[in-house]
Design a protein around this ligand. Structure first.
Ligand code: GAL
Ligand code: CA
Length: 352
């Protein structure tokens, strides 16, 4: 009885809240709709782009960043709903890049609505060139930040001779890769290793496997490896920070890295993205570094392109970016190296 009362009171309160909410945001209702979505809210980096889109849309678009829940048909339904509501542009990180033509068709059918693909690059040029109103916002280069990640490791090796724990002149390395179906996965894995080798450091690859971009999966893999190799591991390179954080949890549970670089036993771990939660670990020395993939700027560029198009302006009006030189309408936001010396630079991008 009591419970019932409380919940009906809560319902009433919520109803009032909604009424007030819509009354207070009457002007928001007049804003054009941006149909936005990420492929999964379990992906930390994508969630930050989603937040950046929401932030940049304030006063510009009515937006609700949908969670594709790793399911392409769910995401297609979300796009249908947004278009049916009259969205003036669609911005998505697709669940499956091969579904791009279906999404393009939907936008075309809805009246040549612009589509902005972000994060998961559509690399099929026929698809990219099939629609005049297609834009992409990703990060620079075919190596997806991995050359910078490799340089962080090379610098660390050169500055910290104790990294070569067994003194054999080789780097005993563990490589945690992203989702193998993802455009960036293989290139990151290859470029990080070739950058290390090109600097004259021989690699002995102890293990290489996918952690699917995911903290928990990476931790599970690392649990097995740390108990197998322990202090023989001289470096763990991860294709993103979510996995670096998972690997770190695992090695810390095994007694490594807890006191940062001063730890009695230490395994250098590095990632990509420079997520806020990784920055703390870089500052404390638990991670040696990461590669900033600027989610804030990507979110801003996505919203700015959508808004420019809506206003009938040039897509990059007022932006400090240019499209790819190959003629495709792709904006690439640069990556940069983040170590203990410059964590502030990455933190500043999130503070905006
Ligand atoms: C990468 C990013 C990963 C993950 C992936 C998913 O660019 O570094 O953390 O978000 O995209 O598409
Ligand atoms: Ca060695």
């Amino acid at each position: 009885m009591n419970k019932k009362l409380t919940s009906s009171m809560l319902c009433a309160a919520l109803a009032v809240g909604t009424v007030f909410g819509s009354a207070m945001t009457a002007s928001a209702a007049d804003l054009p709709i941006l149909g936005a979505g990420i492929y999964s809210s379990t992906d930390n980096f994508n969630s930050y782009i989603g937040k950046a889109i929401t932030g940049a849309s304030e006063g510009v678009f009515e937006v609700n960043v949908d969670d594709g829940q790793l399911d392409q048909s769910t995401q297609l339904n979300q796009i249908d709903t947004a278009l049916a509501k009259g969205a003036v542009a669609i911005a998505v990180s697709v669940v499956d890049t091969t579904s791009a033509p279906t999404i393009i068709q939907k936008c075309q059918d809805a009246g040549d609505i612009p589509v902005i693909f972000f994060n998961k690059e559509i690399t099929d040029k026929d698809v990219v060139n099939s629609y005049e109103n297609l834009y992409q916002v990703t990060s620079t280069g075919g190596d997806y930040g991995a050359a910078i990640e490799g340089e962080i490791i090379v610098n660390y090796w050169n500055e910290n001779p104790e990294m070569d724990k067994n003194g054999d002149g080789k780097l005993q390395l563990i490589n945690l890769m992203g989702d193998p179906g993802h455009t960036a996965s293989q290139p990151r894995s290859e470029h990080v290793k070739s950058t290390i080798e090109d600097a004259g450091i021989e690699i002995e690859l102890l293990e290489e496997d996918t952690g699917m971009w995911d903290t928990t999966k990476a931790k599970e893999k690392m649990d097995a490896w740390v108990s197998k190799y322990g202090d023989e591991i001289e470096c763990v390179v991860c294709a993103n920070d979510a996995m670096a954080l998972g690997a770190l949890t695992s090695i810390e549970a095994a007694g490594f890295n807890t006191e940062g670089k001063e730890s009695e036993q230490y395994i250098p771990v590095v990632g990509i993205d420079a997520l806020p939660e990784a920055l703390e670990k870089i500052e404390s020395g638990e991670l040696i570094g990461s590669v900033l993939q600027d989610a804030q700027t990507q979110g801003k560029v996505i919203v700015a392109i959508a808004n420019n198009l809506y206003q009938g302006k040039e897509p990059l009006d007022g932006l400090d970016f240019e499209f790819d030189t190959d003629g495709s309408k792709a904006v690439r936001v640069p990556y940069s190296a983040i170590t203990a010396e410059n964590v502030d630079e990455a933190a500043a991008t999130y503070a905006e």
